[in-house]
Design a protein around this ligand. Structure first.
Ligand code: UFG
Length: 300
């Protein structure tokens, strides 16, 4: 299939583009970090690239994706993420693309009533980042109908042989903890030890980036609507730090820090819908394997 991948030079997009190529798809990456660079904020440039590629499906990853930054600079998210999404949608509609798969987020479930969280949970975005995804989820459903799929990621993590997570600035727990093990940072901060969780630190559902990528490949020709993507198992910040200590053999000093604005105690997926409807299941569900993959990549 001809597949256009926006944000295909980023962390999750680049891993997915690799998996698509290996599965025999014809992939066009559109990204301002790729060469040639294409800025999806430019509606004309976006239409041109679609006119050339004429994709049958779009996987739309391109977005600013930091919850914390979105609290400080909401316009960057409500403005740019939404504009980039709309430019991509319009260009896709113009060339007759039928399938639109959106990278969405568990941040949509601002204050979940039930954990694990399933897709019937109310949408109450926890941040302008989550709000930007909520807007785009509604709009792709209206524009693409049964061809619209939103994949709501929990915590993407880990690395493949050639690609891993390296944001600048980095804010995510696993890469930060591993930077401490590399000696690039003196210590990791634990954002709150007084959460209502078993050990007092926040609990998240870490999902390996190649398992996320596999879900996108399945979503190219099956499924409609929203799907949670997580393993269904939660690990606390403390457990992540301990896993990294085991894997790296480094002491990884950790210090207590205040809660981070926008955080929630526990986010764990009920991903039974995608398992049932698309036959997806994680191949790398164990936290130690996820952290070890990131460590191998960073050590290279
Ligand atoms: N944390 C620390 N210290 C750090 C960094 C993070 O204690 O230095 C904690 C956070 O408070 C949180 C957990 O580690 O409890 C995970 O934090 P991340 O920043 O790695 O990830 P988030 O859970 O904040 O956010 C991620 C994605 C979002 C997505 C969300 C959905 O980055 O885009 O998962 O669950 F919306």
């Amino acid at each position: 299939m001809r597949v256009l991948v926006t944000g295909g030079a980023g962390y999750i997009g680049s891993v997915t583009a690799d998996v698509l190529r290996r599965a025999g798809h014809e992939v066009t990456v559109v990204d301002r970090r790729a060469s040639p660079a294409v800025d999806l904020l430019d509606a004309g440039a976006t239409r041109e690239v679609f006119a050339r590629a004429r994709p049958e499906a779009v996987l739309h990853f391109a977005a600013h994706s930091q919850v914390g930054e979105s609290m400080r600079d909401p316009q960057k998210y409500l403005g740019e993420n939404v504009t980039v999404g709309r430019n991509t949608m319009r260009a896709a509609l113009e060339v007759g693309t039928r399938r639109f798969v959106l990278s969405s987020t568990a941040n949509l479930y601002g204050a979940p009533a039930r954990v694990p969280i399933d897709e019937t949970e109310a949408i109450r975005p926890g941040s302008p980042y989550g709000e930007s995804k909520a807007i785009l989820e509604r709009e792709i459903a209206a524009a693409f109908g049964a061809g619209a799929v939103a994949l709501r990621y929990f915590n993407a993590a880990g690395a493949t042989e050639g690609r891993g997570e390296d944001h600048d600035p980095e804010t995510h727990l696993i890469p930060l903890v591993l930077r401490v093990a590399q000696g690039r940072l003196p210590q990791v901060s634990i954002f709150g030890r007084d959460w209502d969780t078993p050990d007092g630190t926040c609990v998240r559902d870490y999902i390996h980036v190649s398992d996320l990528a596999d879900a996108h490949v399945l979503a190219l020709d099956a499924g409609t609507g929203a799907y949670n993507l997580g393993t269904g198992r939660g690990f606390s910040v403390k457990e992540v730090v301990e896993a990294a200590r085991r894997i790296t053999g480094h002491a990884i000093p950790a210090v207590d820090a205040p809660r981070r604005p926008g955080d929630l105690a526990t986010l764990v997926a009920d991903a039974s819908k995608i398992r049932r409807e698309l036959g997806w299941s994680p191949k790398i569900p164990r936290l130690d394997d996820i952290v070890a993959s990131a460590w191998r990549w960073m050590s290279r």
